[in-house]
Write a protein that binds this ligand. Structure first.
Ligand SMILES: [Mg+2]
Length: 251
């Protein structure tokens, strides 16, 4: 499957979302598993790109490390609020633990009376997943709007069947821009692939930087290219790893 002609694949800096991009979305976030072939593909790509591969996800960095292990790479977590760069240095925004505690209490009150909701507390944000109860979208939104009013430095971000309360500040686009100022990413052409509305910030930044943007699945987007689903994207990723390794062999 040729999506687009990569003129200099060895000059790419690859930025990949995780859920819906490298793994199929599951009913519960903890139920997803990275396929061994995908782990191998990531390992091959990172080697061929001299380390210029990062995961840019809504999850905590620690969760991603655990899912990818023993593979490890730079990661931006919580939609760009936290970041571990190529040297292993941590960058992050601040959020009050007391705010997260109060938000958790309010969400638990809702989840106790309604089964099928899932609360996800992260290091820098808190989210409610209603994939198991799409009928409760409005109820979840109401509680989350109340939570957002507790602190004017907090904003809501909506994803697929999930609403998250997080500090204003970083987003996936800013995380990519930060990576692109540092080795081994700087001087390369960024390529960002993602499936959700939170990836749009990154698409915008990468488009502006003359990079390539790829949307997985349906939905409005400012990405330049689209693939139908996660499986098609993973097939393309594997082929890109093949191309890169062939290029290295010729050198
Ligand atoms: Mg995603």
């Amino acid at each position: 499957m040729t999506l687009f002609e990569l003129k200099h694949p060895d000059r790419l800096a690859l930025f990949l979302d995780f859920d819906g991009t490298l793994v199929e979305i599951a009913e519960k976030p903890d139920a997803v598993q990275l396929a061994e072939t995908t782990r191998e593909t990531l390992t091959r790509l990172k080697r061929a790109l001299d380390g210029a591969l990062a995961i840019v996800t809504g999850r905590d960095i620690e969760k991603i490390d655990a899912m990818l292990a023993p593979f490890r790479c730079p990661v931006a977590g919580v939609h760009g609020l936290t970041r571990r760069d190529a040297l292993g240095r941590a960058h992050g925004a601040l959020i009050e633990a007391t705010f997260l505690d109060e938000a958790q209490r309010r969400l638990e009150r809702l989840a106790r009376t309604e089964v099928g909701l899932l609360i996800e507390r992260k290091s820098h944000a808190i989210a409610i997943h209603y994939r198991g109860r799409p009928d409760l979208e409005h109820a979840c939104l109401e509680v989350m709007e109340g939570i957002a009013r507790l602190d004017d430095r907090v904003r809501l971000v909506r994803g697929k069947m999930v609403i998250e309360a997080r500090p204003t500040g970083g987003d996936k686009g800013m995380a990519v821009a930060d990576f692109m100022m540092e080795p081994p990413f700087s001087g390369r052409q960024p390529l960002f692939a993602g499936d959700d509305v939170t990836d749009e910030d990154a698409f915008e930044v990468v488009n502006r930087q003359g990079g390539l943007t790829l949307k997985i699945g349906p939905g409005e987007t400012c990405a330049q290219y689209r693939v139908a689903d996660t499986a098609s994207f993973l097939a393309w990723l594997g082929e890109t790893a093949d191309t890169l390794e062939k290029g290295h062999a010729i050198d």
